[in-house]
Design a protein around this ligand. Structure first.
Ligand code: FMN
Length: 308
C-alpha cells in the first residue's frame, strides 16, 4: 500500500505509532518499525539524555527508520531538537507549540518534520513553515486533544494543504483505516491500539483496563484550563472533574495530576493514575504483537478498499 507517506518515511505500510508519553519507549517504537510501520519514541518531558538513550536502544533493535515525538513545551525541547540531529533519526513529530525555529536545522539534517495539528489554520501554517506532512488529530484520540472530530477535520485539512495528511484519532481497525483513506489521508497515526501491543512496556493493569473499556468509558478533563486530555474514567477523573466544577485553579489541578500518567503506565495504578486512551478503546479486545496489529489492519483495509 504505497502513498506519499510511505515514500516520505521509507516504510512498507502507512501506519504510524503515535508518540505517547511513557508508553512509546524504544521497545514499542522499534517493534512497530520492524513490523513495517513507523515507530515513534515519545520524548514528552523526559530529560535529554534519557531521550538519547532511548534512540540508541531503538537503533540496537531495528535498522528500519523510526522517529521522535517532541513536546515543544518540554523544558528540554531545545536540547532534544539537537539530539535528533546528532543521532540522525528519520523524522520528528511535534506537539504543543510552534516548531518553526528548529525547521531549518532539521531540514538541513534530512529529518522529516511532521507537526500534529487540530485545525485547518495550523495545518496551513505548518505547511508554510516547510513541514513535510501533518498529522490531523481528531478529539476521539487519547491524550491531549483539540475540538474537531477526525471525520470532520481530516477532509478539511486535506483540502487546505498540498503536503500529505496523516489522520489520527479513533482509528482501531481496517475499517477505520479504510475510512481515513477515503477522507484523503495518506496514513494513519494510531495510539490507543498500540498501548496494548505485546511489545509495549506498559503495566498489565493499564492494558487490561483499555481492553475492558466500553465505548463510553473515556472522559475529557482539563477543559477549564485550556488543556483538555482524554483518558479512561476512574477515581482520578471523578475527583478532577469535581474540582474543575468547583472552580479549582490551574495549579491545584496540575498538582492533582503530577506524575499521574507514569503512576498508571509504570506502576499500574489505574485508580489514582491517569489512564490516557481514546474513544476507540471499546473496540480493542486483546493484546497482540505490533506485526499482528499492522497486518490485521492492512489486510482488512485492503479488502474494503479492494486494492490487492
Ligand atoms: C497514553 C497516550 C499518551 C499520549 N501521549 C502523547 C504525547 O506525548 N505526544 C503526542 O503528540 N501525542 C500523544 N498521544 C496521542 C497519540 O500520539 C496519537 O495521536 C493518538 O493516540 C491517536 O488517537 P487514538 O488513541 O484514537 O489512536 C498520546 C496518546 C495516548 C493514548
Amino acid at each position: 500500500m504505497k502513498t506519499r507517506v510511505t515514500e516520505l518515511l521509507g516504510i512498507e505500510y502507512p501506519i504510524i505509532q503515535g508518540g505517547m508519553a511513557w508508553v512509546a519507549e524504544h521497545n514499542l517504537a522499534a517493534a512497530v518499525s520492524n513490523a513495517g510501520g513507523f515507530g515513534l519514541i515519545g520524548a514528552a518531558n523526559a530529560p535529554t539524555e534519557v531521550v538519547r538513550d532511548q534512540i540508541r536502544k531503538a537503533k540496537e533493535l531495528t535498522d528500519k527508520p523510526f522517529g521522535v515525538n517532541i513536546m515543544l513545551l518540554s523544558p528540554h525541547a531545545e536540547e532534544i531538537a539537537k539530539i535528533v540531529v546528532e543521532e540522525g533519526v528519520a523524522a520528528v513529530t511535534t506537539g504543543a507549540g510552534n516548531p518553526e525555529k528548529y525547521m531549518e536545522m532539521w531540514k538541513a539534517a534530512g529529518i522529516k518534520v511532521i507537526p500534529v495539528v487540530a485545525s485547518v489554520a495550523l495545518a496551513r501554517r505548518m505547511e508554510r513553515y516547510g513541514a513535510d506532512a501533518v498529522v490531523a488529530e481528531g478529539c476521539e484520540s487519547g491524550g491531549h486533544i483539540g475540538e474537531q472530530t477526525t471525520m470532520t477535520l481530516v477532509p478539511q485539512v486535506v483540502d487546505a494543504v498540498n503536503i500529505p495528511v496523516i489522520a489520527a484519532g479513533g482509528i482501531g481497525d481496517g475499517r477505520g483505516f479504510a475510512a481515513i483513506r477515503m477522507l484523503g489521508a495518506e496514513a494513519a497515526q494510531i495510539g490507543t491500539r498500540f498501548v496494548v501491543a505485546k511489545e509495549a512496556v506498559v503495566h498489565d493493569a493499564y492494558k487490561q483496563r483499555v481492553i475492558a473499556a466500553k465505548d463510553i468509558d473515556s472522559e475529557v478533563t482539563g477543559r477549564s484550563t485550556g488543556h483538555p486530555v482524554r483518558q479512561l474514567r476512574n477515581k482520578m477523573t471523578r475527583e478532577y472533574l469535581k474540582m474543575e466544577k468547583e472552580g479549582a485553579s490551574f495549579e491545584e489541578l496540575e498538582y492533582l495530576t503530577l506524575g499521574s500518567l507514569r503512576k498508571a503506565v509504570v506502576e499500574g495504578d489505574i485508580v489514582d493514575g491517569t489512564v490516557m486512551a481514546g474513544q476507540i478503546a471499546g473496540l480493542i479486545k486483546q493484546e497482540q504483537t505490533c506485526s499482528q496489529i499492522i497486518q490485521e489492519i492492512i489486510k482488512e483495509a485492503e479488502q474494503l478498499l479492494k486494492i490487492n
